[in-house]
Design a protein around this ligand. Sequence first.
Ligand SMILES: *Cc1c(COP(=O)(O)O)cnc(C)c1O
Ligand code: SF4
Length: 338
Amino acid sequence: MIPIQNTTAPHWSTELAQAIKSPAELMPLLGLSEQTLPPAAQAMTSFKMLVPRPFVARMEYGNANDPLLRQVLADDIEMLPSAGYSKDPLEEGNHNPQKAIVHKYERRILVITTGTCAVNCRYCFRRHFPYGDNQLAQKEWDSVIDYLTQHPEVNEVILSGGDPLMLKDSQLGPHIEKLNALPQLKRLRIHSRLPIVIPNRINHELLEWINNSRLDIILVLHSNHANEIDQAVAEKVALLKQAGVTVLNQGVLLKGVNDSVEAQVDLSERLFSAGILPYYMFTFDPIEGGAHFDLSVSFAQRLMGQVAEKLPGYLMPKLAKEIPGQPAKTVLAPTLSR
Ligand SMILES: *Cc1c(COP(=O)(O)O)cnc(C)c1O
Ligand code: SF4
């Protein structure tokens, strides 16, 4: 099938503006009553609720424990004090050589392009990060370019955030042109959840700057459950692949969302059917407010051992953990049953 762009589709910024911002708005769409949902007023003050409607459409009607709903529904349980959980578990504050750059690993840098996202995930390890809502100004992009020229060993730039695809294509295009002009760079990586929650983010304008870039482009999507991947996502991924983009997925292992063999197997199978390869499955970072999603590392390793029995090796995401101070992500071996 040749994917065709639907020119009558709503613009992603319209869909973003129409995103759900409270449980009260969400309940009628899912046929849930107020009594079934937990109190959330305090949690919403600490971290706003934000859920685009295309994502809501993939939730199961009437299911208060829906795995997509659990990821985004504010819950005052987040406000309980939790010993051992931190506001900056990855110690990124220590690796900020200058505004917007996180340089932890030798040959790649992470650029924080914006603090905002199209969806607010309750388990997010960046929920307390002091980004402000501002996007990188042109002058700051120029300082990223300066930083790169001073670090010729860096051959890959990773656009992160927040969500870098929150930037308009009219902003991204010129930024990427500057990266194209640096001979040291081989690859441009984009870490984004936006094409999952609003597939129309993949539009003509985005494909244009992708096509105009000489860099190899890798899009690392973020999804945690098979139900997040629908036909609309698959169609957009097909367009990206036509443009030569390598499309990967990273997820987070979350209690009550994807902590079963079936959920993990279904996710990998669905990703592959949509043209996406599993990359990482992260163990949960001990972020303040997220303790109710946490699972032990040994549970994660046993779970992935059972998943490995059911999937071909190329559909096994690497179970990984970010340990502050380490020169790369730490990959955890699945524990096999015999
Ligand atoms: C996770 C991360 C990367 C990317 O690591 P990969 O293993 O290449 O995916 C790069 N920089 C920082 C700061 C990171 O946290
Ligand atoms: S999209 Fe990513 S960065 Fe944004 S809230 Fe969700 S997990 Fe965090």
